[in-house]
Write a protein that binds this ligand. Structure first.
Ligand code: GLU
Length: 549
């Protein structure tokens, strides 16, 4: 077979040689052990939680080893592309602090191993496809969609494996004159790989997460270049990860089914294989079953969910770290304030079987993350979120920033910070009673306090409240007052003989809390009163009293 003539017919265009590309993108000069990783999303306009999971693994692997992290856009499939998708990807990278060293950024491409958009790399793939044709390892196939469908039907009837292989690889050995004729007629063709694999044999790789994986050899003549000269994922992956000098390919386990194609291609092209790390699917518990987190059914599968609900990116990242490495939680307990970047992440500690997304656990993690933030930080974040998603809240918060920050400072700092908030959309309800326009009281009083006592407390306390005193004195005053109305004057006294009293200082406080905050559950009442101020406290007592009567 005259492969020279065949290649010339298939690739009439001017192309660089593979050797020229090897020289253009030399092996990187990096210290021993430095890892080159890449995230390679398709611009579909949807960022899955699993995408972020992979990106964190990539970023950590690269940066903990002194290597490089690349963002490559896999835009070979025009049908799945949506406008603005690349902006979404770079925005997510910004929000989650995934700093890349090379690839696509919000202001263009950086790095020496580009272009980083696959469509712009078409001549590179063509050069390597031509090399395979010249070596008899690839060939043109002129089958139409209809031809392939007929083939599938026939295979189904015969109970044989689907695909283009063996006797079904009908254009494998087409003579060059026929090829020339068809090309002259303008017949479109794809470039197929000429597989020499034997499915009765297996190949084994050592996956960085899953350990040894054995797969049968591939015998399919799969497509390398589509009829428009744009590669399939398989060919692009092998060429790009070789030329970008990727050392660890982290990708979803859905690619295991075609791993044997990729192994074969690396071999046929004479490329050194990178290491592979196949990550498990994100799962969730649904009823009594576990299933894959679904883009269609589960809003939490989309990163946009976390943004609109107002979960800080730090919470999502922190939670994913607990999923990524089983020892992360112990590390966090030992290092409560350390930046996540100092955690000694390791591929060896990754879950092999499945990665479970647990919403309750995630909310807990988020509460901890938010509890560690300063009031200032929380304020800035909530304002940013509210500006986009809750105008009323935004107006309240920005009217008097110091007032808002003093509210957000309650119970913050110190050894045991309060953990009230898991996400920004909870802030409005949390602080609503500090703003008259948001105040929507529920005056349900503690059941064990008689209505007359409630009325009395509400009527009396206005004169007792002294905003000048500290918390101890403030509480002492409540205790003392309680003693004057037939309540115990200390919690201890009440506990010793509850039957002797109509209530306790705790009950008095609860009545006050319900009146002032409009709820039985609020942050520290002393601080709430301080922030509201004496006038507002008195007005609230009066309001509650009016409602009572
Ligand atoms: N574009 C592929 C995907 O989004 C990339 C897989 C890979 O990382 O190789 O699944």
């Amino acid at each position: 077979m005259d492969y020279q003539r065949l290649a010339a017919l298939m690739f009439p265009q001017e192309l660089k040689t593979p050797e020229e590309y090897e020289a253009l993108f030399p092996v990187r000069n990096l210290p021993e052990g430095a890892k080159i990783t890449r995230m390679a999303p398709s611009p579909t306009g949807f960022m899955h939680l699993g995408n972020l999971f992979g990106a964190i693994v990539d970023e950590r692997l690269a940066h903990l080893s002194g290597g490089k992290f690349i963002l490559r856009i896999e835009d070979t499939d025009l049908k799945r592309q949506v406008p603005g998708a690349v902006e979404l990807i770079t925005r997510v990278f910004g929000q989650y602090g995934l700093n890349i060293d090379e690839g696509v950024t919000s202001d263009g491409e950086i790095g020496e191993y580009g272009p980083y958009y696959q469509r712009q790399r078409a001549p590179i793939y063509q050069a390597f496809a031509k090399k395979l044709v010249l070596e008899g390892k690839a060939y043109p196939c002129f089958c139409t969609e209809q031809d392939l469908e007929n083939m599938r039907n026939l295979q189904e009837q015969r109970h044989e494996n689907p695909g283009y292989y063996g006797e079904y690889a009908v254009h494998r050995d087409m003579d060059v004159d026929t090829v020339e004729q068809l090309i002259k007629e303008g017949k479109p063709f794809v470039v197929r790989f000429r597989s020499t694999g034997d499915p009765d044999k297996t190949v084994t790789i050592d996956d960085q997460i899953k350990g040894k994986i054995s797969v049968p050899e591939n015998n399919q003549d799969f497509v390398l270049l589509k009829s428009d000269g744009i590669p399939t994922y398989h060919f692009a992956h092998v060429v790009d990860d070789h030329l970008m000098r990727t050392s660890v390919v982290v990708r979803g386990e859905e690619w295991l089914s075609t791993l044997n194609w990729h192994i074969q291609l690396f071999g046929a092209l004479g490329f050194k294989m990178p290491k592979f790390a196949h990550t498990s699917h994100m799962m969730k518990v649904d009823g009594d079953k576990k299933r894959k987190l679904s883009k269609r059914k589960d809003p939490e599968a989309s990163l946009d969910f976390y943004r609109t609900e107002g979960y800080p990116p730090e919470s999502v990242k922190e939670y994913l770290m607990t999923v990524i490495n089983s020892n992360f939680e112990d590390w966090r307990i030992a290092n409560p304030t350390a930046p996540l970047e100092t955690f000694p992440f390791s591929l060896k500690k990754m879950s092999v079987s499945g990665t479970l997304f647990d919403m309750d656990k995630f909310r807990d993690v988020s509460k901890n993350v938010i509890a560690r933030m300063s009031a200032e930080e929380v304020y800035d974040r909530v304002v940013d979120w509210a500006q986009e998603f809750d105008q009323d809240l935004y107006n309240c918060l920005t009217r008097d920033p110091d007032y808002a920050k003093s509210i957000l400072a309650i119970g913050r700092g110190g050894k045991k910070p309060r953990k009230d908030l898991a996400l920004w959309s909870e802030v409005k309800d949390y602080l609503s009673f500090f703003y008259d326009e948001l105040f929507n009281p529920d005056y349900t009083m503690p059941e064990n306090v008689a209505k007359e006592d409630v009325a009395r407390i509400l009527a009396d306390y206005g004169d007792i409240y002294n905003p000048e005193v500290d918390m101890t004195e403030w509480f002492n005053a409540i205790c003392q007052y309680s003693g004057t109305i037939g309540f115990a004057s200390s919690t201890k006294e009440y506990k010793q003989n509850p039957e002797q009293f109509r209530g306790s200082p705790g009950d008095t406080s609860m009545v006050l809390r319900v009146a002032v905050c409009g709820r039985q559950n609020s942050p520290d009442l002393f601080s709430c009163m301080q922030i509201l101020g004496a006038d507002k406290v008195k007005a609230r007592l009066q309001e509650a009293l009016n409602k009572l009567n």
